[in-house]
Write a new protein. Structure first.
Length: 368
């Protein structure tokens, strides 16, 4: 097997391989990038490289992409790598070759850019990744290791219980307008300064240009009585870039699906999948708030004003109080770990050992 760097012309082949590999969990998911395989990475950065492990017939057997973004670590701007779309065929040969070749290639790309850290988000249910990298059976192999930085969950809001208590009503919550651009940029940057480690966020103007079907109205603002921004989030349909299609439902997932279908008769919930069998999801990204009450008010507003067929998904880091959903919301969750890939001989930096009170980095569901 050979490890190669993918070119733009490989997009269709990579799209087929990505679609054929399932992300196992309560619901097995395949990713469909029928328009442009590489567009997902372009949302995050213009600096990325995709590796493919191919067999003797030049057929993909494993793949991974490294996206490089600027970040601020304890007041210093650095380049950070993010490994995503880690996929491997369920064969012993593919898993062994990937572990031996893919990770060292990642470290080489990291060093080429004078980048100190590579992160990767791995679903707890993705056992192939865990077995190959995170929990190697042998410690004798001189391979990079995965260091757990933070645990998080993908939270899915499927409905709201009847007669539920509404969130605080002292805020003015509404879609942003063009005249809010400068204020949104200033607010986000002020919130980022509170985090010792964060990815640099492009201006709202850049996001509007880069993200497909994105408008200023996708940003939802919470303002106080003095018209100051005290919270912001962005509601966006990821099917503009990729569709997530369920291929198999576990017993628990089937029970959830049937329960949601039944409760939908009363107008309490929204379905998991649409008629074309793609997830009925809208994402919340670029979320920054002053306190948990403001977040819950934004979440409530976004759910109520989203399409009647769409549920909401967002990331919640363990220990972060600001992004807990309301107790009256009908929700499910998928556990993940955010890991730093540490090469042999690298020391574990202090910022990777956060205390319970340390706020997490600004990591959005669009990355996952």
């Amino acid at each position: 097997m050979r490890l190669i760097k993918a070119q733009a012309s490989d997009g269709d082949q990579l799209s087929q391989f990505l679609k054929s590999t399932k992300l196992p969990g309560l619901i097995d998911i395949s990713i469909d990038r029928e328009k442009d395989f590489f567009q997902h990475y372009k949302l995050l950065s213009d600096d990325y490289v995709t590796f493919t492990l191919v067999d003797d017939n030049d057929q993909p057997k494993a793949m991974a992409t490294l996206v490089f973004k600027e970040a601020m670590i304890e007041g210093k701007k650095q380049l950070i790598g993010y490994a995503t779309d880690l996929r491997v065929s369920p064969t012993r040969e593919a898993i062994l070759n990937w572990a031996e070749k893919m990770l060292p290639a990642m470290i080489e790309e990291r060093d080429k850019r004078h980048c100190d850290y590579i992160f990767s988000a791995v679903a707890k249910s993705y056992t192939q990744i865990y077995n190959a990298f995170i929990r190697p059976k042998s410690n004798k192999r001189s391979l990079p290791r995965y260091y757990l930085y933070r645990k998080f969950k993908v939270i899915n809001i499927h409905g709201i219980l009847p007669l539920a208590k509404k969130p605080i009503d002292t805020l003015h919550i509404a879609p942003a307008k063009i005249q809010d651009l400068a204020s949104i940029n200033d607010y986000i940057q002020s919130k980022l300064k509170e985090r010792p480690f964060h990815f640099c966020v492009p201006s709202i103007e850049e996001i509007l240009k880069l993200w497909p079907n994105m408008s200023i109205e996708n940003f939802i603002l919470a303002k106080d009585y003095e018209h100051n921004i005290v919270g912001v989030t962005n509601i966006w349909d990821p099917s503009e870039v990729q569709k997530m299609r369920p291929s198999n439902f576990s017993k628990r997932a089937l029970t959830l699906q049937e329960t949601l279908r039944f409760l939908r008769l009363f107008g309490w919930t929204r379905p998991i999948v649409s008629k074309d069998q793609a997830l009925n999801m809208k994402q919340l990204n670029f979320t920054y708030v002053n306190n948990p009450d403001i977040f819950q008010a934004l979440l409530y507003y976004c759910y109520k004003h989203a399409s009647a067929k769409k549920y909401l998904s967002y990331l919640h880091f363990k220990g972060e109080l600001d992004t807990l959903p309301m107790r009256s919301m009908i929700a499910s969750s998928v556990p993940f770990g955010l890991y730093c890939i540490v090469a042999p001989g690298d020391h574990v930096a202090n910022f990777l050992k956060p205390s319970f009170e340390t706020p997490p980095l600004n990591f959005d569901i669009a990355y996952v």
